[in-house]
Design a protein around this ligand. Sequence first.
Ligand code: HEC
Length: 104
Amino acid sequence: MKRKGWLAGLGLTLLVSLAAAPPPQVSAPELAQRLGCWACHSLQGRGGQQGSPLDQIGARLTPEDLHAVLTHPRSRHPQAKMPSYAHLRPWEMQALVDYLTSLK
Ligand code: HEC
């Protein structure tokens, strides 16, 4: 009995430390790839044509604009067939916006 309690305690400690762990490092280019951005947008001439090229996007849009486009694409482009990425975790969204901002 005593032993079981000890194990449960360890399990709980593990759970708590996992929940409190810092967000994993995400590589934004990898994330963009995984999210399918390049099916519609291009970068350095590679990618889709449905959306505009993202090469200079950091010079055209502020981080706030980028955040708005990614969470509500239609707020900026009412006709855009771009999915919303509002479901991203905060650190994923941050990494993506930082990355796009760096494209100048
Ligand atoms: C199904 C196609 C599609 C996908 C997938 C998609 N987009 Fe779009 N996106 C569009 C269209 C269409 C527009 C509106 C026209 C344009 O590009 O300006 C748009 C607009 C944008 C804009 C605003 C451009 C501007 O000048 O205002 C940004 C930034 C953007 N997308 C980034 C992304 C990123 C980053 C991803 C991946 C996380 C992504 N898009 C995924 C189709 C898509």
